[in-house]
Design a protein around this ligand. Structure first.
Ligand code: F0G
Length: 463
């Protein structure tokens, strides 16, 4: 290529101002939010990297599609548009719209999972795990060993441990109603899964007669990593690779808030007519009529366009590159991060960065608070607050203590990324002085969303 710079492949037509705040204002806002960034007011955040879910910018084509939304209760034309896009990309025959990914999970698991069943996944996302457990099932994580080496350069650290899957199926005959594989593997650093691994998982599922479902939230980013890292796929389009991946599965759950490029939406899709009929019956109880699920006609239109835009090569190249660029700036300054950088996010490794804070004092949570106070950046902990609480009420330290900087799609530019790098490097100068936190009050499940915290010392950053 003649030029090296990978530019944002869009220009900006509408802007949304972001508000500068002072450090004192942010400290006060954090206090009022009980030291939980989920409880902040968004307008008090400068760069919001809490999630890439539903936070993206829509294109002119999506907005114009929305104007065509057919809001008929039944048989809306917008459903036909949506169904045809989902079928074209996934190849699955039955398409069930839901208001977001977890609704698809809830409907699927309440149809397929019985108490005592085991659901293997490379790594469950938190809502997926909670939905399996809500059915009395066991959510079993089977990440490949390479996923557990945070700094290895393995290209597909999101893979599933195929041998462990086979052992699980041998040990639990009749108790595994489905196997899931999450692409990319969000809870293991946004790392991709190779097509070779999906194929191996498929073979095991076929041998044991168990259906395979893909948690497809970031299917397009995963396809890009296959194209750029897996031998033999360089000449395939992301669309072709996605099709090849879905062809290995029996169905998928999807949050269109990620690679659907929409602000809300999701779907469940599959080939089995009987299971899909039972799912649709549940859909009518909890979401809505089968041709709109939990969505407006205009949402279905936005997703139908967004799914294709997520597969655009210029977009994927820019997206993955901008996160790798941040990663290079941070590793260049010896900030410990998970490498290689993932598709939707960069993960700071608080266990290595703040070794003086014991896991019982939630180092990654503390780091996320300091990032906010110092830089106005909001990011999510993926560590012992999110995963430490066991279903029997006991506490077990998580394997990882990460802070995830998740990038909304098409929202921030390179100067925002430069600012984030500068702020993270500044936090690095304070690292030794950062103190841990304790939980003051918390709900029984998904506690990271609403718990209240306090610094263990009198200040978050010692003088
Ligand atoms: N599966 C994965 C892998 C996810 O990352 C998410 C959401 C879901 C399922 C649930 O989808 O939010 O539409 O109900 N992840 C968001 C995140 C919330 O921040 O990573 P949903």
């Amino acid at each position: 290529m003649k030029f090296q710079t990978i530019i944002e492949p869009f220009r900006i037509k509408t802007v949304e101002p972001i508000r500068q705040t002072t450090e004192a204002q942010r400290a006060a806002a954090l206090e009022a939010a009980h030291h939980n960034v989920f409880l902040l007011q968004a307008e008090d955040v400068l760069i919001d990297l809490l999630t890439d879910s539903g936070t993206g910018a829509m294109s002119v084509y999506q907005w114009s599609g929305m104007m065509k939304g057919d809001e008929s209760y039944a048989g809306a034309r917008s459903f036909a548009v949506f169904e045809s896009a989902v079928r074209d990309i996934t190849g699955f025959a039955h398409v069930i719209p839901t208001h977001q990914g977890r609704a698809a999970e809830h409907i699927l698991f309440s149809t397929m999972v019985r108490p005592g069943d085991v659901v293997p996944n490379n790594t469950h996302f938190d809502t997926t795990r909670a939905n399996v457990q809500d059915r009395g099932g066991v959510a079993l994580d089977l990440p490949a060993p390479e996923a557990r080496a945070p700094h290895s350069a393995h290209p597909f650290k999101g893979n599933m441990d195929v041998e462990a899957l086979e052992r699980t199926l041998v040990d639990n005959p009749g108790r595994v109603p489905l196997v899931m594989i999450t692409v990319t593997n969000n809870s293991e650093g946004g790392q991709p899964v190779s097509l070779e691994n999906v194929r191996a998982v498929r073979d095991v599922c076929t041998r044991y007669g168990v259906p395979l479902f893909i948690d497809a939230c970031r299917f397009a980013e995963n396809a890009w990593f296959i194209k750029t890292r897996e031998a033999g796929y360089a000449d395939f389009t992301p669309h072709e690779i996605a099709r090849a991946m879905f062809a290995l599965a029996d169905g998928c759950t999807m949050s269109a808030k990620k690679d659907g490029m929409a602000n809300i939406g999701g779907f469940l899709a599959m080939n089995d007519p009987d299971v899909s009929l039972r799912c649709r019956t549940r859909l009518v109880l909890t979401e809505g009529f089968p041709t709109y699920g939990g969505l407006a006609g205009y949402d279905l239109e936005a997703i139908a366009v967004g799914l294709y835009e997520a597969l655009d090569e210029d977009y994927l190249r820019y997206r993955v590159r901008s996160i790798a660029y941040l990663g290079e700036k941070l590793t260049g300054a010896d900030v410990p991060i998970i490498t290689p950088t993932g598709g939707h996010a960069l993960y700071l490794d608080a266990k290595r960065w703040l070794p003086h804070i014991p896991q019982s004092q939630y180092p990654a949570w503390a780091l996320s608070l300091v990032l906010y106070v110092e830089g106005g950046i909001r990011a999510a902990e993926i560590g012992s607050v999110m995963f430490g609480l066991q279903s029997d009420g006991s506490e077990r330290p998580s394997d990882f203590e990460l802070v995830r900087l998740a990038f909304p799609r098409r929202v921030y530019t390179q100067s925002h990324v430069d600012y984030v790098a500068e702020a993270v490097l500044h936090v690095g100068t304070l690292a030794d002085r950062i103190r841990g936190v304790r939980i003051v009050q918390s709900p029984p499940v998904l506690r990271h969303f609403t718990s209240h915290f306090a610094p263990v010392a009198d200040r978050l950053i010692a003088r």
